[in-house]
Design a protein around this ligand. Structure first.
Ligand SMILES: [Zn+2]
Ligand SMILES: [Zn+2]
Length: 323
């Protein structure tokens, strides 16, 4: 099968690989490019040692079943959760399954023609979908967004999303779908124009231009200095959510006045749990047209490297590889 192999920072190559073996074989139909894929492509990632196939936001069709007694059938269309929590470890039992210590993973990335899943994993991680719409590649990133939204102690009315990349835009669509008023801070002209077309938002090009205060501020950019800059813009008792990931040695100076005297909660979130994945699927089924607008470009697997170059330029929202 054709596979897009990651060979180190800046190096991707289309290669011929054997179809993986496993209980259930899925033909990949669409795979979204995630921020993690981009980070790995540009700078490398401790989790993805080359040579490796990247990609974890896919939908596909079950083409082969190598086990008996399964509820799955050939031809089933499925959204694939790239990992799933164990349900038994300390984190799972303490109610933070997104931080599970014994997650099980799909064996390979999905920038390729086929993936294999074991039955035990499939039962928890394959979600049947009614159509092969590429919009379902957004279930995984939306699951991460819903994990973030679940951290907000007070679901108020007005939210500010800092950063208008694909994840910031996904936050804006999800919150707008729930009837919230959204403002987005995004300096890039192309991205701000895109977001305005995708969903109903006010746009500010930088922090100094932002007017008013917000029930929640979501940082979808990983610049530590922004934490202090945006704390004063959170309403009393509101939330500041650190959605983007920060490297381990990063430091931020903040004024704890806002946390003590104004009861602002600073929280974070990482990844998703199976519950968020299910909620994301339901949400996309309900607001499919709105989420569909987030996909700005399609590329074939043969031209996937151009997709990474486009994303690097900042002139792409959600970019999807069509197999
Ligand atoms: Zn992702
Ligand atoms: Zn666990």
């Amino acid at each position: 099968m054709k596979s897009l192999m990651y060979l180190g920072p800046g190096k991707l190559e289309l290669m011929e690989e054997p179809i993986p073996e496993g209980d259930i074989i899925i033909k990949v139909l669409y795979s979204g490019i995630c921020g993690t894929d981009m980070k790995t492509y540009l700078h490398g990632h401790h989790f993805f040692k080359p040579p490796v196939i990247l990609g974890h936001e896919c939908i596909g069709e079950i083409t082969k079943i190598n086990v008996k007694d399964t509820e799955f059938r050939q031809g089933d269309l499925v959204a694939v959760a790239p990992y799933i929590e164990c349900g038994n470890c300390d984190s799972c039992k303490r109610g933070v399954p997104a931080l599970c210590k014994n997650k099980t993973y799909v064996k390979t990335g999905c920038f390729c023609e086929y993936i294999a899943v074991d039955l035990a994993h499939a039962r928890k991680a394959l979600f049947k979908i009614s159509s092969d719409g590429p919009v379902y590649t957004l279930v995984e990133p939306l699951a991460c967004v819903l994990n973030g939204m679940s951290q907000l102690k007070e679901m108020g009315k007005e939210y500010l999303v800092v950063g208008g990349g694909p994840m910031g835009a996904l936050f804006a669509i999800a919150l707008s779908s729930l009837g919230k008023q959204i403002a987005v801070v995004e300096p890039g002209v192309w991205r701000s124009e895109q977001i305005e077309q995708i969903t109903d938002v006010s746009i500010f090009s930088r922090q100094k231009e932002v007017s008013g205060t917000y029930d929640g501020v979501i940082l979808a950019v990983n610049i530590p200095e922004l934490i202090q800059e945006y704390l004063p813009l959170v309403k009393d008792g509101g939330d500041l959510l650190l959605f983007s990931g920060y490297a381990k040695d990063k430091r931020a100076l903040i004024d704890p006045y806002h946390i003590h005297y104004r009861e602002v909660t600073v929280s974070g979130c990482t990844g998703f749990s199976s519950l968020h994945f299910k909620e994301a699927l339901t949400m996309i089924q309900k607001y499919e047209a709105g989420f569909n607008k987030l996909i700005s470009h399609f590329f074939s697997l043969e031209r996937a490297e151009e997709a990474f170059t486009l994303l690097k330029s900042g002139n792409g929202m959600k970019v999807v590889i069509r197999m």
